[in-house]
Design a protein around this ligand. Structure first.
Ligand code: NAD
Ligand code: UGA
Length: 423
């Protein structure tokens, strides 16, 4: 099928390349000229495992000209829906901009599928704006994880399609290989819009819950890894998303939990569980920053190594990363930072966002980052550290990802704070 994808970010680009791999004729559109020029030269705007290989092999067209979608049978909208100016709702500006542009085009019997995460009712509004009786809307949310985008798109747990009629669902199903037949759940548009938010918020709550259990472990002397293993063996609970850490970050859980709560409040429905998760998750990052501050030597000019800058390993995305919050809090308290991430893109993004701060030093080598610091903070499990090669001035480690061997490092003379384990 001839498919146009509008927005070539963390979702649009992997989706476009995978759909091309499935045999579709794909055109990727983005309003950002630099991104499109780079893509024409096979340079990706993002880091994603396996993406470069597909970029090199798939014959996808890249353009800034939205008019090119006129002869597409399916148009997929994958632009951003960040938190808006009110600090809570989803900002639908990019979605409505696209809808306005599509309203000016000659579309005939086209399916407009919204892959962006959007509040219930957005598909209806987009249809109203496009104002073309021949089009069909479809809510077609994406469930991929950054870092595993290609794998998740190629091997999804499920593909949810919310449609006005079954014929539209059948046309969307036809862009996938036959082996995907058992993956589809076809439902109405509003239910699909809500499935996406409800799924993300559920996972966020699960993470928040295990973080609360980790807090108890630290007091009573239980071990969070073992507790999570024991809980996860119950198939009703499941062993995924039970890794305690510094609180969830990223471009989606934080903004989507806020948007879901706001969506509910707009309808007069409260969601105390989601509200508590949002608050606790934000507080957790600040509390962990103070845990570091309270254990640093009481001197001016302390220096801390932050290892892991992206919101999780395997990505360059630093949006709402726990590291960013911790770095900001430490800088405010006059601590100097050596910042490191194995991913070069993540290092560059952090360098740009802390551009004017003279107290943050971006390091391109983990050993160098740990040299002469008062504390080492592990934020994600992407940085392999050769402990015998580093030489900090104070042997203080904060493991906020729960990955190091506490006993081994205590044997080397370190004082270790590990998430979910008694000090
Ligand atoms: P992104 O910011 O990485 O990419 C969005 C792209 O859209 C940008 O390149 C931007 O230039 C482009 N764009 C904006 N307005 C445009 C317009 N009018 N015409 C053409 N291009 C335009 O965003 P993302 O992370 O890919 O997220 C996109 C949507 O998918 C969001 O709603 C998000 O919640 C959802 N989602 C994201 C993920 C994820 O892992 N990032 C996973 C599932 C769902
Ligand atoms: C998440 C969902 O997993 C995807 O299904 C969804 O499509 C996507 O959001 C989205 O809508 O954008 P992603 O944000 O890429 O994907 O990353 P996750 O792997 O879910 O991690 C999110 C955050 O939770 C990270 O900060 C991670 O470190 C944290 N996390 C995750 C934990 O602290 N513990 C866990 O057990 C799992």
């Amino acid at each position: 099928m001839k498919i146009g994808i509008i927005g070539t970010g963390y979702v649009g680009l992997p989706a476009g390349l995978c759909l091309s791999k499935f045999g579709n004729d794909v055109i990727c559109i983005d309003k950002n000229e630099k991104i499109i020029n780079n893509l024409k030269n096979k340079i990706s705007p993002i880091y994603e495992q396996g993406l470069q290989e597909l970029l090199n092999t798939e014959k996808v067209n890249y353009t800034t000209d939205i008019k090119t979608v006129e002869n597409c049978e399916l148009i997929i909208i994958a632009v951003g829906t960040p938190t808006g100016e009110d600090g809570v709702s989803a900002d639908l500006t990019y979605i409505y901009d696209v809808a306005n542009e599509l309203s000016k085009l000659k579309l005939n019997n086209t399916i407009i599928a919204i892959k962006s995460t959007v509040p219930v009712g957005t598909n209806d509004k987009v249809k109203e704006i496009i104002n073309n009786s021949s089009i069909k809307m479809a809510s077609y949310p994406e469930f991929l994880r950054e870092g595993y985008a290609i794998y998740d798109f190629m091997c999804p747990d499920r593909i949810i399609i919310g449609v006005e009629d079954f014929a539209t669902a059948d046309r969307i199903k036809s862009i996938y290989p036959k082996a995907f037949a058992g993956k589809f759940i076809v439902t109405d548009i509003k239910s699909t819009e809500l499935i996406k938010y409800a799924s993300n918020a559920f996972l966020a709550i699960k993470i928040n819950y295990i973080n609360e259990i980790a807090n108890i472990c630290e007091k009573v002397g239980a071990n969070i890894e073992l507790v999570a293993k024991g809980m996860g063996a119950d198939s009703r609970i499941g062993n995924k998303f039970l890794k305690a850490g510094a609180g969830y970050g990223g471009s989606c859980f934080p903004k989507d939990t806020r948007a879901l709560l706001q969506l509910a409040l707009n309808e007069g429905v409260d969601m105390p569980l989601v509200r508590a998760t949002i608050i606790e998750n934000e507080e957790r990052k600040i509390e962990l920053a103070y845990k570091i501050l309270n254990n640093l030597p009481n001197e001016v000019g302390c220096r801390v190594a932050i290892l892991g800058l992206a919101f999780k390993e395997n990505t360059d995305d630093c949006r709402e990363s726990a590291s960013t919050v911790i770095i900001k809090t430490l800088l405010k308290n006059n601590v100097r930072i050596n910042a490191f991430d194995v991913n070069e893109g993540a290092r560059k993004r952090i360098e740009r966002s802390f551009n004017n701060d003279e107290y943050i030093y971006i390091q391109d080598n983990v050993t160098k980052a740990c040299e002469g610091v008062d504390a080492i903070v592990i934020m994600n499990d992407g940085s392999p550290i050769k402990w015998n090669e580093i030489n900090p001035c104070n042997k203080l480690i904060f493991d906020f990802r729960g990955i190091i061997d506490k006993k081994y490092l205590e044997g080397l003379g370190y004082k270790v704070f590990k998430i979910g384990v008694k000090d």
